[in-house]
Design a protein around this ligand. Structure first.
Ligand code: TXA
Ligand code: MG
Length: 309
């Protein structure tokens, strides 16, 4: 796999590849993305193919700064600018009216587009060097675990990439929060790196995620390891899996007791269990409190369970 250190030459090479319509593995603070020129329909179609992703599932556009909002979007309401000042660069994605420059394939034919400025020096360097807006879904096969390290990108995805820029392990570890600003009140379509509490402090009570209003990309089974994942109150000694605080047996990973630190370890932990060949993995249920909303969302989808509130 063509994983390279993010030297200035490598970033120039990656930017050239993107301008030619090729795909690049790009680190962000949440998960690794599979970047394509958001204004080039051929490049965007390649990204869908590399992921094996259904064409109706829209992609997020990454911007170098909030100054590019007007390039990507039609109308930019004042609240979007306020949120950008407060949370960008960072793990918050805003759904806004789509501007004409963005290829229609990116939002899968919708009139809206999801945008964010990633908080990662390598992603920002690549955005600036290329001068492009980058559609970048997570760099996993559709439905599988998102990579939080360059070496977690599966070979079946990596073959489609000109190169992967190695930006080290992702700080946040789960995907961005997707906030729909085209509805009133705004609705969280996917919980993620920015918490509901942080957003509600600024915006008041928010809608979603619910069955009517949630990201079109949220399928019941998603973010899933190969092993069957079961949520349990506590792990038995011989059960491989993720325990909270301390491990009760030999094939267990002790996960942090704090939601942000837990999220940062989640996909790498599940991946490690997959690599150990476990067929069933057991995950000790974290607390059912608001700060754990995004972790719960991913665990429920990874286990293929129907949603619980
Ligand atoms: O943290 C992240 O957001 C990562 C990194 C690479 O930035 N990206 C990511 O992309 O998770 P992806 O493609 O795996 O997920 C995009 C999510 C999906 O849930 C999709 O439905 C939603 O964003 N989305 C994108 N465009 C949308 C739109 N126009 N309306 C509603 N939801 C949208
Ligand atoms: Mg994804």
């Amino acid at each position: 796999m063509n994983i390279v250190a993010p030297t200035p030459e490598a970033i120039r090479e990656a930017a050239d590849a993107l301008r030619r319509g090729e795909l690049v593995g790009m680190p962000t603070e949440t998960v690794y993305g599979l970047a394509a020129d958001a204004c080039n329909p051929t490049a965007v179609r390649r990204a869908f193919e590399a992921k094996g992703r259904p064409a109706e599932n829209p992609m997020i556009v990454h911007l170098a700064s909030s100054a590019d909002l007007a390039r990507a979007c039609g109308l930019v309401p004042p609240i979007a600018k306020e949120l950008a000042v407060r949370f960008w660069p960072g793990p918050l994605t805003l759904v806004l009216p789509k501007g004409p420059a963005i290829a229609p394939e990116v939002p899968a034919g919708r009139e809206t587009v999801a945008v964010r400025v990633p908080d990662h020096s390598v992603a920002l360097a690549l955005l600036r060097e290329s001068g492009l807006m980058l559609a970048a879904p997570s760099a996993n096969r559709f439905g599988e675990l998102s990579p939080t390290r360059a070496d977690m990108i599966e070979p079946s995805v990596a073959v489609h990439l000109a190169l992967v820029l190695d930006g080290g392990p992702c700080r946040v570890g789960i995907e961005s929060t997707v906030l729909d600003l085209t509805v009133s009140p705004p609705a969280i379509l996917r919980p993620g790196g920015v918490s509901r509490a942080e957003l509600e402090a600024l915006l008041g009570p928010l809608g979603g995620p619910d069955h009517e209003r949630r990201s079109p990309g949220l399928y019941p089974r998603h973010y899933a390891p190969r092993a069957r994942l079961r949520l349990v109150k506590r792990l038995g000694h011989d059960q491989p899996g993720l325990s909270l605080g301390e491990a009760a047996g030999p094939h267990q990973i002790a996960m942090p007791l704090e939601p942000e630190a837990y999220a940062a370890r989640l996909y790498a932990g599940l991946r490690e269990l997959d690599c150990s060949g476990a067929i069933d993995v057991f995950v000790q249920e974290p607390p059912k409190t608001l700060p754990w909303e995004a972790v719960w969302d991913r665990l429920q989808r990874a286990s293929g369970l129907p949603e619980v509130s």
